[in-house]
Ligand binder design. Sequence first.
Ligand code: DX5
Ligand code: ZN
Length: 241
Amino acid sequence: MALRMAPSILAADMSRLAEAANRVAGAADMIHVDVMDSHFVPNLTVGLPVVESLVRSAELPLDIHLGVADPDHWAIRYAEAGAASVTIHAEAVKAPVRTLRAIRGAGAQAGLALNPATPLEPYEALLREVDMLLVMTVEPGFGNQEFLGYLLAKVSRARRVIDEQGLPLWLQVDGGVNLRTIESCAAAGADAFVAGSAVYGAEDPGAAVAALRRTAEEARGLAAANFGQPTNREGDHNGTG
Ligand code: DX5
Ligand code: ZN
């Protein structure tokens, strides 16, 4: 069963990002980079120059999470810089179809993120425009926040819609994902996982990723066995290539 593990370097030593990214190279699938502009979220992290450097120095493909107020302007720049995936927020984007298509047109996978208070329903018709749906399980802005378990209902609903529409897209969760919470995320239908503090707070980040993956794989396997749910993806054809 293909799962996508993306450690968030927000929880790493920010003065040694490439080193942090490459510590999980053998264990993870992508490196999650939180771009925050202090407007969309109350935090300021890294921008285009740092991402351009990371594209060159990180061994794994980059999963860019744009916590910025103007994704219509910025998203394509990150795709053109060589990010494998660029995720924009539904709450910030003004022309989602145009911006998602611009990301794909620049050769990256297009992601759409929903904050805790943002319902899935208005975006269901747009899922064909995306390669990954991100259901936030905390308010974006900071690492190491408490996982909001009541959002698992949104993850389950998203899984149902994705399977009903037969769409080949990843369902990602981000925020408070750790060894305790990943099981319920995977059982609810998530197959792509961001984890910051659970990975970089561990003594061996690679081993932490492997343990998270094992736990998620078991939970996804159990859920599929219990509900006989097809998964849209056999193997990794929607992967990072
Ligand atoms: C939160 C970010 C997350 C953050 C997750 O705004 O989007 O990617 O790094 O950190 P943890 O896994 O520690 O909750
Ligand atoms: Zn993130």
